[in-house]
Write a protein that binds this ligand. Structure first.
Ligand code: PNS
Length: 160
């Protein structure tokens, strides 16, 4: 399950839990997306996902890693993964994800499976969380405890 996870949200965690229940092994992969202005360093995003998964008590078949060089499908080949998992909140997500899914299939026969999150999380996105936190708002309803603690109002403006 690749993504920017900048930061991980409760919507991501919901999809991670569902995917871990469907596959023998799940790799949650933090990928640097050069088209987005990052809030958190990749290593910190990985740590926050690991902490959140541990605190949520998810199954032990989840690995968290990062990938910054080369194609996403190269990582898949390296670890022997044949399926990508993406969460889909709306038709906008379908339109964004469809070309990537087709390119990844053409590149390396890696299929993409789209999972629907709990509708309770349908409005939650990392970009919204970044914006609310950056303007001093409370993001605790949308993110795991570790992320809320990091982004709570009053956090150093160096970070946001
Ligand atoms: O959470 P995001 O930012 O929507 O995730 C997008 C991401 C990182 C999964 C996407 O940009 C990606 O797959 N990047 C890897 C580079 C790559 O392999 N590109 C070619 C096929 S899409």
């Amino acid at each position: 399950m690749p993504g920017s996870f900048d930061p991980v949200t409760l919507g991501h965690l919901d999809v991670i839990e569902r995917a871990a229940g469907l596959f023998d092994e799940l790799h949650v992969l933090v990928v640097h997306n050069p088209s987005k202005t990052a809030l958190l360093p990749v290593a910190q995003r990985v740590e926050l996902i690991e902490t959140s998964i541990r605190e949520a008590g998810f199954a032990g078949n989840i690995t968290v890693a990062s990938w910054s060089v080369g194609l996403l499908v190269d990582y898949c080949t390296d670890v022997g993964a044949s399926v990508l998992v993406k969460g889909i909140r709306s038709q906008v997500d379908v339109a964004y994800e469809t070309p990537m899914a087709i390119v990844n299939r053409n590149l390396a026969h890696v299929e993409t499976v789209f999972l629907l999150p709990d509708p309770a999380h349908a409005h939650v996105s990392s970009s919204l969380v970044r914006q609310v936190a950056g303007l001093g708002g409370d993001v605790s309803p949308y993110v795991p405890r570790a992320v809320a603690a990091l982004l709570e109002p009053g956090t150093s403006s160096d970070l946001l």
